[in-house]
Write a protein that binds this ligand. Structure first.
Ligand SMILES: *Cc1c(COP(=O)(O)O)cnc(C)c1O
Ligand SMILES: [Zn+2]
Length: 415
């Protein structure tokens, strides 16, 4: 495995001995002091070649064990990662792109990108000998942790806003988690989970707090690079709530460059809902020379997975995205729902609203010319439409009910 050489604070730059701190920098606190896992890239660069990962023959994110802080011996049976990437030639041509790739992370075991982070965080809990875990979540991180804790056979404590979509709650209950449905926002559930985890000794997987998350989440970028046989898209689009997924994707690409495996990073674009855009606004402020923090605003959007008022990985997300030369774009709920209805018809991938937002962001930047004709782009589909079918189908016609007769079929066909 990769053997990290330090956990480094993004706020003050102080380096901690790996595993000496569980969560964030004790001096800087949870928002400005998130930790980055640092490896000895010179040593790794000597050891790794473009085929190193395929040689492991592992159809999961553990093929990147050399770049992960925990070894595969701590992994649970549930498989995360190595999801398909689809080249959508017809849609690319229609949009004026030279290529369009859809990376379908709805095909993870609990049907979202969050499984990448959870796989590594649960392996870390096993390595550290922690007996129980916890997470606060808008829904997907919770269902993911519940599934992986079931696979590990350890107790799982979940804090979700009581408004979380029913299918996500169904997954939680099915996986046997102890669920606290908090009568409050995600941001309030987050703080309560931190307090309860400290009090009861649970290993907390909540976004940004736990440095394992970004390590797991970077594997989506590593996979895309490997699946495209070293080709790097010009643009990458991903939906953003807390900012951990996009931080992971940026870190993955930049590590490939650091290791001499890729020549450049793509321009990574974060997509936020217009009603929940704290990171997009922090990015603009920072670009004008202002501070990243505080970044806190009311949050309201149909895309529940990115309904985040107080993003926890804002510092990394803003800095890492800026380093790629990318940026942020906001889209309205109408654009999100339209994209969510367009995408499954065009490419056969059914995304939840938050995931469809990434595609809506690509369409918006094609319209305003930021993404030029002839460019190539990849879109990460971070969660399944089955997570929130009612939300996705809003405004679409119901199927016609017919008697079991051929004439009725003829009647419908002739309409
Ligand atoms: C969590 C999530 C995101 C955003 O990830 P963050 O790390 O919160 O920015 C996007 N899409 C889906 C489906 C998610 O569950
Ligand atoms: Zn610090």
């Amino acid at each position: 495995m990769g053997e990290p050489i330090a956990f480094r604070c993004v706020g003050c730059g102080r380096e901690y001995e790996p595993w000496s701190v569980d969560y964030t920098c004790p001096r800087c606190g949870p928002l400005s002091g998130t930790l980055e896992v640092i490896y000895d890239y010179r040593v790794l660069a000597r050891r790794l070649t473009p085929s190193s990962f395929a040689e492991t023959r592992r159809p999961s994110l553990w093929r990147y064990e050399e770049l992960l802080p925990v070894g595969v011996e701590h992994a649970v049976p549930l498989r995360a990662g190595w999801t398909p990437v689809y080249s959508c030639r017809t849609l690319a041509a229609e949009l004026g792109l030279s290529a369009l790739w859809i990376k379908d992370d709805s095909l993870n075991p609990t049907a979202s990108y969050k499984d990448r982070a959870t796989a590594v965080a649960v392996a870390a809990a096993r390595k550290l000998g922690r007996a129980a875990m916890s997470a606060a979540s808008t829904g997907n991180a919770a269902t993911s942790l519940a599934g992986f804790c079931a696979s590990a056979g350890i107790p799982c404590h979940i804090f979700v806003p009581k408004t979380a979509p029913r299918p996500k709650v169904a997954q939680l209950i099915a996986f046997g988690a102890l669920v606290f449905a908090v009568d409050g926002t995600y941001d309030e559930a987050f703080d309560l989970c931190s307090e309860a985890s400290a009090r009861f000794g649970w290993y907390n997987r909540s976004a940004a707090l736990n440095p394992m998350n970004v390590e797991g989440k970077k594997t989506g970028a590593l996979e895309l690079w490997e699946q495209l046989e070293g080709e790097v898209p010009d643009y990458v689009f991903v939906a953003v709530g807390d900012g951990s997924v996009i931080s992971g994707i940026c870190k993955g690409f930049s590590e490939l460059v650091e290791l001499g495996l890729a020549e450049r990073v793509p321009k990574v674009y974060g997509v936020q809902a217009a009603g929940s855009a704290a990171i997009a606004h922090a990015f603009e402020r920072h670009a004008r020379g202002g501070p990243i923090l505080p970044a806190e605003e009311p949050a309201d959007t149909v895309a529940d997975s990115i309904r985040v008022g107080k993003p926890r990985d804002v510092v990394k997300a803003v800095r890492y995205v800026a380093e790629t030369g990318g940026g942020f774009v906001t889209v309205s709920d109408d654009e999100i729902l339209a994209a969510g209805q367009d995408l499954p018809r065009r490419v056969g991938v059914f995304a939840e609203p938050a995931a469809a937002a990434a595609y809506a962001g690509l369409l918006a930047l094609l319209r305003d010319g930021t993404v030029p004709a002839g460019a190539s782009a990849a879109v990460f589909i971070t969660g399944s439409g089955l997570k929130d079918p009612e939300g996705m189908l809003r405004g679409l016609p119901e199927p016609v009910v017919i008697p079991p007769e051929l004439s009725a079929v003829e009647r419908v066909l002739s309409q």
